[in-house]
Design a binder for this molecule. Structure first.
Ligand code: HEC
Ligand code: HEC
Length: 376
């Protein structure tokens, strides 16, 4: 991030906080300011913090540790992209081995001895309790700890009601409370005002002017048509009846148009792209035993069974949220386990799927799809 922007932003936030009585009851009745001279190429998402509540939220998001392990939200959700890359993790480690990003709970084996997964994949741990009808074959534990990538906090807070890679959080406020308790090992629970301010700030974060306009007006930004022949061919893969568009439909390319889960209508937000099944991230697998409604048992061996852990429904095994593909070029690595380090890595994953299913996809096809995705 441009340090000048950060300085200006912090000053503005502090002034607004002072005007609002510093941390007192947040007001959100200030007029949003028009973004000054910002274009798609010159977009500073944090400049969108324009009300007292968003300004308070900005400070909480970037500075408040809640008496925890030293982490803030922006330890993991950078203000440049909303997420964290392996390069950013490596730079933080090079600067300071005890940077708050490096805490034992996210080390390779939980004891703080090494951080190769965090450094190479930028994945951290999440701990999820098991629902009543799901158990582990080889352990009596009632929760599992899994490694996941960090989804971007841009665009989705305002535009997407489905929160988390498995949809498990009901609201942004509840999510923030759990993030403080989990990732930040917080020593105090945030107040309702603080949680609302964090949510307000997140809802003001957009990846581009186009997405901010969508957020403000509720009218989705049109999908790009593509200019070059390659981009136009790439777009054809996202037609509703085409391979990518069968799942990635709608204005954010995150809702099914045809390959929806059994029994569900189109527009479903969960699916699988064989990411857990192929497990290119090489995460350890566990065997899950699911007791179905009819009393039968199903067994799933997986590094991360995704939404199954939330619903206990076998149809959801290894399924994950489809997140928005808008501005996807900015938010590598990709997939819930960050197993694809760039868009070429995404296509390597899908090429493995098409090869398995006997669907042709040439090198040129892959280049076309990547060219189009860079426009989103
Ligand atoms: C240690 C890194 C880390 C920290 C610190 C952290 N997060 Fe996250 N965040 C994650 C990961 C990982 C996920 C996805 C987890 C999942 O889906 O299981 C996530 C998901 C989210 C999402 C959902 C995004 C979406 O599109 O579904 C939001 C919103 C979010 N975090 C906000 C916050 C806030 C607010 C804070 C501070 C209170 C915070 N995070 C602190 C790692 C972190
Ligand atoms: C059967 C449904 C389905 C199809 C078909 C499909 N996807 Fe996906 N896609 C998903 C799901 C589900 C995820 C999230 C998977 C995960 O994280 O495990 C995903 C994730 C992605 C991501 C990464 C998003 C992120 O932020 O990490 C990209 C990029 C993507 N898909 C592009 C494509 C392209 C290109 C095609 C066509 C070659 C395609 N998808 C076909 C369901 C599908």
């Amino acid at each position: 991030m441009n340090p000048f922007t950060l300085k200006r932003f912090t000053l503005t936030s502090l002034m607004m906080l002072a005007a609002a009585g510093c941390g007192g009851a947040a007001t959100s009745d200030e007029q949003p300011q028009a973004p000054d001279t910002q274009t798609e190429d010159n977009w500073n998402p944090e400049e969108q913090a324009t009300t007292a509540s968003t300004a308070q939220g900005a400070l909480l998001f970037t500075k408040e540790t809640f008496k925890g392990n030293g982490r803030t939200c922006s330890t993991c959700h950078s203000l440049t992209t909303g997420t964290l890359t392996p390069a950013q993790a490596q730079a933080a480690y090079a600067r300071n081995h005890s940077d708050p990003l490096f805490r034992a709970l996210d080390s390779d084996t939980g004891n703080g001895a090494s951080y190769s997964k965090l450094l190479n994949d930028a994945t951290v741990t999440v701990t999820i309790p098991l629902v009543a009808n799901v158990r582990l074959a080889n352990s009596t534990a009632r929760s599992v700890t899994l490694r996941r990538g960090i989804p971007s906090t841009f665009d989705n807070p305002k535009l997407d009601p489905v929160i988390m890679l498995d949809g498990r959080e009901p609201t942004l406020q509840h999510q923030a409370m759990d993030a403080v308790a989990g990732h930040a090992q917080g020593g105090r629970v945030p107040t309702t005002t603080e949680l609302n301010a964090i949510a307000d700030f997140e809802k003001a974060l957009f990846s581009s002017a186009k997405m901010a306009t969508w957020g403000a007006t509720g009218t989705p930004a049109a999908l790009p048509e593509g200019t070059t022949d390659s981009e136009k061919r790439g777009k054809a893969w996202f037609a509703p009846n085409a391979l990518c568009g069968g799942c990635h439909g709608g204005p954010a390319l995150n809702a099914t148009t045809q390959f929806n889960l059994p029994g569900l209508p189109t527009g479903d937000r969960y699916a699988f792209a064989f990411v857990s099944q192929f497990n290119f991230a090489g995460n350890p697998t566990q065997e899950y035993i699911v007791t179905n409604p009819d009393g039968t048992e199903s067994h799933v061996v997986s590094p991360d069974p995704g939404r199954l852990l939330i619903t206990g429904n076998m149809f959801d095994a290894d399924t994950f949220t489809m997140t928005s593909l808008r501005n996807i070029k900015n938010t590598a690595p990709y997939f819930h386990d960050n197993s694809a380090k760039d868009l070429a890595g995404v296509l390597r994953q899908y090429k493995a799927v098409t090869d398995m299913l006997g669907i042709p996809m040439s090198d040129q096809d892959q280049a076309d799809i990547i060219a189009y995705m860079k426009l989103l």
